[in-house]
Design a protein around this ligand. Structure first.
Ligand code: PHE
Ligand code: ZN
Length: 881
C-alpha cells in the first residue's frame, strides 16, 4: 500500500516527458504468488533534452530482478531504485535504446485490486489510474502512448483463456505444462489502458459488422455456468456499437472486442483497449435474479465503456487533471444512448435525481472541487460525480448553447484533429470554438469554478404593456480554495405557459441573448423582458435541467401545479411536482422538530394523484412523479442543523397522507399495471412495474399489517417485484414474522448467487431506525459476509453509511464510531474502497450540533490513526478542513 507522503501534484507543474516511448513488449510468466514480468521498452531522448538528464520510471511494490540496457546488464552505479521509482543514468543522447526490466509481483497478495491481482482463481489487471506501476517500472502517465506486444505464459490447465489488448497473434503449447498466447495492439495507448486476463472462463460469442463492412468478433467471458446471464450485455454491446456509428460516426477499430466479468472490482468497469473488464454486477442478468434497474445499469455501463474506445482511448487525457475530458464526455454519450433506447424524459429525470443526490452534496461540502481540478494528492479520489456527472452536464450545456448541428461539427473536428493524441479540456473546447466561431471563454468557467450556482429568479407581469419581466441573479458559493467566483454563462431553457395551458410565444425578448427557448444568463444580475404577452403567464424555467444549478424561484403552489399539468417538457412537469413536494416536506420537517402536526397541502396531493392517473402519460413517468424527494434531498434543501429523525418522520407523515387520499387510485393502478406473460426487461414493461410498485408502496403506508406485502412477495415472478416487496416488508415491518420469513426464503433461494445476496444485505442495511447498527454488526458475522469482496462490503457497510440516514445518524454517534473502525480495518487492504465509503460522511457539518460533534470526533479518530493510506488521509483531511 502507498502510505501518504503528503505530496501534492499541481496542474501548473505539467511538462512533457524527457524521453519518448516508441514501443512496449511485455512477457508475463504467470504464477499466483510470483509472476515474472519482463518489459522491453524502446525509448529515445526528446529533442532538446540534455544528455545528462536521466530516465525516471514509476514503480510501486515491485521486486526488481534484472535491468538491461541494449541487452547488456546495467551496473548498480548506473541506476537507483527507491520504493517508488527507478532512475537510470548515462543513456544514449542521439539513438533509440532498449531497456529490459524484469520484475516479480505477487498477484495473490494484491488485495487493493490495482495492478495484477487474482479474483476467484482468475488473473486480472486494473491499471487506471496508476496501477501499471505495480506491474513494472514504467513512465506511468497518460501522455506516454505506444503500441504494445504482449506474451502471456501460464499453466495450461489453469489458464485455457489468456487475453490482452488488441488483436490475437497466436498461441500454443509453450513447454510441458505451460501454454502461451500473444497479442498485439497497434493503437498507441497509455499504460492505464493495458489489460491482461487469464484463467478458466466460459465465453459467449457473437459478431458485429461495422459500417464499413468489417466483421468484429465479440466475446464476453464469465465464470463457467453464467454464460446465459451475459445475453443482455451482448445485446447492449451490439446496440452501442451501432448507435456510436449512427450518432457520432465512430467505428470500431480492431477485429475483436472482449469483455470479462469479474467478481472483485473496485469500480463499475474499465475501458481497457479492446478488453474491457467489468464488475460482474454490470454484466450478468436474467429475469429471475436481476431487477429492471440492473438491466438499465448494464445497458448504460456496457455502452459507457464501449464509447470510451473513442472518447478516452483513441483520444486520451494529457494528464489526470483532464479526467473529465474522457469521463464527462463519455457519460454524456451514454446518457444520450440510454435516452434513445428508452424514454428521454424519464431518463433525464433519473439523471437529475442522481446528480442532485450525489453531486450536489459533493459540490456543497468540504470535498467540492472543479470539474477540471488544478491539484490533487491522490488521483483515485477524483473519480467523483463532479468529474463524471457534472462533467457530463457541462458537455450537455455546450450542446444546448450551440445547438445539435454545431455541437456535431465540434465533435467531428475533435475526432479529426486529436485522434491518437493525449489532450486537454482546452483542446476540446477549442474544437467547438473553431467549428462554430463562438467564444466559449466565459462558458469554460464551468470547468474551473467549483460549487453549484444558485440562480434566484422573480417574475412580474404588466397587464397594461402586455410584458412579463424576469429578474435573474446568479451566485456561485465559495468552495475550498475558491472564495470568490466570476459570473458564469448559464443556459436556461424557458416556457411561458398561458392560463389556458398553451405555450405563449413572446413577440420580443430583451435583456440578453436568447436562442430558441434558451435564455443566456451571463452577468450577475440580468433582467429579461418578454413582450406581447396578453395574459399573466406562468414561467417554467430551467426546463430539461438545461443548467446544473439550484434555482430559487418563489412560485405559488398553484403555478407549480399549472406547470405540472401543462408544460410540453415532461421533465419540467416532474420538476414542478418535485418543487411542490419539497416545499411541503421541508415545512413538515420543521413542524416535526417544533412538535407541530404535519400537514400535506391538498394542492400537492391532487397534483400527484392527477399525474398518477393520467393515462396519456407513460407509466414510467407517472412512477417518477409519485416518487417523493428522498430524505437526503430534504436534508440538502434544509441546508444546515439537520435532524435526520425529524426528516424521516416528516416524510413518512406526508407519504401516509398521500396514501390515504389516493388509496383508490393506487388500488386501481395495481390492477391496471399488472403484466401477464413472461418477464421482459424493456423500458415499457419496466415502467409498468415501477408504477405498480410505487402504488404498492403507498398502499402499505395506509395499512397496519404486512399481509399485502407478504402476498406480493410470494406472488412475485421476477426480481424487480420480489426485491421491492422484500424492501417494503423489511423497512415497514422490520420485526414481523412475515419479514423474517421472507428474508430467510430469499436467502435460501438465492444463496449461490452473490449478486442477489448483495441485495439481501443491502435491503437489511437500509432498514431505518436506531436498531440498524446492531443489525449491521450481526450481518457482518453472517457466513455470507465476505470482507474482501468490494461489492459485499459496499452492499452492507456502504449501503448503511450512504443510504440509511436515520440508522447511520443515530444521535449517540455510535454508528460514526463504527464506521471509523471499519474504515481503519479496510484501509490497509483496499485503500480505494475505504476512501470511497468514508465520503459518506462528507455532509457531516450540516447535521445538528450533537450529531456533528460525534461525527467530528469519529473523523478525528481516523485522522490520528497511524499508517493511513494516501487515499484515506486525503479524504479525511479535506473533510476536517
Ligand atoms: N475509467 C473507468 C470508467 O469510467 C472507471 C475506473 C476508474 C475504473 C478507475 C477503475 C479504476 O468507466
Ligand atoms: Zn468512464
Amino acid at each position: 500500500m502507498r502510505t501518504d507522503t503528503g505530496q501534492i501534484v499541481h496542474l501548473a507543474d505539467y511538462r512533457p516527458t524527457d524521453f519518448v516511448l516508441e514501443r512496449v513488449d511485455l512477457t508475463f510468466e504467470l504464477d499466483p504468488t510470483n509472476t515474472k514480468v519482463e518489459s522491453r521498452l524502446i525509448f529515445h531522448r526528446r529533442e532538446g533534452v540534455d544528455a545528462s538528464v536521466p530516465l525516471v520510471l514509476d514503480g510501486d511494490e515491485l521486486t526488481l530482478s534484472g535491468l538491461l540496457l541494449d541487452q547488456r546488464e546495467v551496473p548498480a552505479s548506473q541506476y537507483d531504485e527507491t520504493g517508488e521509482s527507478l532512475t537510470v543514468r548515462d543513456l544514449p543522447a542521439e539513438t533509440p535504446f532498449e531497456l529490459t526490466i524484469t520484475t516479480f509481483i505477487n498477484p495473490e497478495a494484491n488485495t487493493q485490486l490495482m495492478g495484477l491481482y487474482r479474483t476467484n482463481g482468475i488473473y486480472c489487471t486494473q491499471c487506471e489510474a496508476e496501477g501499471f506501476r505495480r506491474i513494472s517500472y514504467f513512465p506511468d502517465r497518460p501522455d506516454v502512448l505506444a503500441p504494445y506486444t504482449i506474451t502471456i505464459i501460464g499453466d495450461k490447465a489453469a489458464n485455457p483463456v489468456m487475453l490482452s489488448n488488441g488483436n490475437f497473434l497466436g498461441g500454443a503449447g509453450y513447454d510441458e505444462g505451460r501454454a502461451f498466447a500473444a497479442w498485439f495492439d497497434p493503437h498507441p495507448k497509455p499504460s492505464y489502458l493495458f489489460a491482461l486476463v487469464a484463467g478458466d472462463l466460459g465465453v459467449v460469442e457473437d459478431t458485429f459488422e461495422t459500417m464499413s463492412g468489417n466483421e468484429v468478433t465479440l466475446k464476453i467471458y464469465v465464470e463457467h455456468g453464467k454464460e446465459a446471464r451475459a445475453a443482455y450485455a451482448m445485446d447492449a454491446l451490439k446496440r452501442s456499437m451501432k448507435w456510436d456509428e449512427e450518432r457520432f460516426g465512430r467505428e470500431y477499430d480492431l477485429n475483436i472486442f472482449q469483455i470479462v466479468a469479474v467478481s472483485d472490482f473496485n469500480m463499475g468497469a474499465m475501458e481497457n483497449k479492446g478488453l474491457n473488464v467489468f464488475n460482474d454486477k454490470y454484466v450478468l442478468a436474467d429475469p429471475e435474479t436481476a431487477t429492471d434497474q440492473d438491466y438499465a445499469n448494464i445497458e448504460a455501463i456496457i455502452a459507457h465503456e464501449y464509447f470510451h474506445n473513442w472518447t478516452g482511448n483513441r483520444i486520451t487525457c494529457r494528464d489526470w487533471f483532464q479526467l473529465c475530458l474522457k469521463e464527462g464526455l463519455t457519460v454524456y454519450r451514454d446518457h444520450e444512448f440510454s435516452a434513445d433506447m428508452r424514454s428521454r424524459a424519464v431518463k433525464r429525470i433519473a439523471e437529475v435525481r442522481h446528480l442532485k443526490s450525489e453531486q450536489f452534496p459533493d459540490d456543497a461540502g468540504p470535498l467540492a472541487h472543479p470539474v477540471r481540478p488544478t491539484k490533487y494528492r491522490e488521483i483515485n479520489n477524483f473519480y467523483t460525480t463532479t468529474v463524471y456527472e457534472k462533467g457530463s452536464e457541462v458537455t450537455r450545456m455546450i450542446a444546448t448553447l450551440l445547438g445539435a448541428d454545431h455541437f456535431k461539427s465540434g465533435m467531428d473536428l475533435y475526432f479529426e484533429r486529436h485522434d491518437g493524441q493525449a489532450v486537454t479540456v482546452e483542446d476540446f473546447v477549442k474544437c467547438f470554438e473553431d467549428a462554430t466561431g463562438r467564444d466559449l471563454t466565459q462558458f469554460s468557467l464551468w470547468y474551473h469554478q467549483a460549487g453549484t450556482p444558485l440562480v434566484t429568479a422573480s417574475g412580474s407581469y404588466d397587464q397594461t404593456n402586455a410584458t412579463f419581466t424576469l429578474s435573474l441573479e446568479q451566485m456561485i458559493p465559495a468552495t475550498p480554495a475558491q472564495p470568490n467566483k466570476e459570473p458564469m454563462h448559464i443556459p436556461l431553457s424557458f416556457a411561458l405557459i398561458s392560463d389556458t395551458g398553451s405555450i405563449a410565444a413572446p413577440a420580443e425578448v430583451k435583456g440578453g441573448e436568447v436562442t430558441g427557448d434558451v435564455l443566456h444568463l451571463t452577468t450577475r444580475n440580468q433582467i429579461f423582458t418578454f413582450s406581447g404577452i396578453s395574459s399573466r403567464p406562468v414561467l417554467s424555467l430551467n426546463r430539461s435541467f438545461s443548467a446544473p444549478i439550484n434555482l430559487h424561484f418563489d412560485q405559488a403552489p398553484a403555478d407549480l401545479a399549472h406547470i405540472a399539468r401543462h408544460d410540453t417538457d415532461l421533465f419540467a412537469r416532474w420538476q414542478a411536482l418535485t418543487d411542490l413536494a419539497i416545499g411541503n416536506l421541508t415545512q413538515a420537517a420543521r413542524d416535526v422538530r417544533e412538535g407541530k402536526a404535519v400537514t400535506c397541502d391538498p394542492v400537492l396531493t391532487s397534483a400527484l394523484l392527477e399525474a398518477a392517473g393520467d393515462e396519456t402519460l407513460e407509466p414510467a413517468f407517472r412512477a417518477q412523479a409519485l416518487t417523493l424527494p428522498s430524505e437526503a434531498d430534504i436534508a440538502r434543501e434544509l441546508g444546515s442543523n439537520n435532524d435526520p429523525d425529524a426528516i424521516h418522520a416528516a416524510r413518512q407523515a406526508v407519504l401516509t397522507a398521500i396514501a390515504k387520499a389516493g388509496e383508490e387510485t393506487f388500488l386501481h393502478l395495481i390492477g391496471e399495471m399488472a403484466i401477464s406473460g413472461p418477464y421482459l426487461p424493456d423500458a415499457a414493461s419496466a415502467g409498468k412495474r415501477s408504477l405498480r410498485n410505487i402504488a404498492l408502496s403507498y398502499l402499505t403506508y395506509a395499512e397496519e399489517t404486512p399481509a399485502r406485502l407478504a402476498a406480493a412477495f410470494a406472488d412475485a415472478d421476477n426480481m424487480t417485484d420480489m426485491a421491492q416487496a422484500l424492501t417494503l416488508l423489511a423497512h415497514r415491518f422490520p420485526d414481523k414474522a412475515e419479514t423474517s420469513d421472507a428474508l430467510a426464503t430469499f436467502q435460501a433461494r438465492f444463496d449461490n448467487n452473490a449478486l442477489v445476496i448483495d441485495k439481501w444485505f443491502s435491503i437489511q442495511a437500509m432498514i431505518p431506525g436506531a436498531g440498524a447498527l446492531a443489525r449491521i454488526k450481526a450481518l457482518m458475522d453472517h457466513p455470507r459476509f465476505v470482507a474482501n469482496n468490494p461489492n459485499r462490503v459496499r452492499s452492507l457497510i456502504g449501503a448503511f453509511a450512504f443510504s440509511n440516514p436515520t440508522g447511520f445518524n443515530r444521535p449517540d454517534g455510535e454508528a460514526y464510531r463504527f464506521l471509523a473502525e471499519q474504515i481503519l480495518a479496510i484501509d490497509p487492504k483496499n485503500p480505494q474502497l475505504a476512501a470511497r465509503i468514508l465520503t459518506s460522511m462528507r455532509s457531516w457539518r450540516s447535521l445538528e450540533p450533537q450529531r456533528a460533534d460525534h461525527a467530528h470526533a469519529a473523523l478525528m479518530t481516523i485522522e490520528r490513526a497511524p499508517g493511513l493510506s494516501a487515499d484515506v488521509r486525503d479524504i479525511v483531511e479535506r473533510m476536517l478542513k
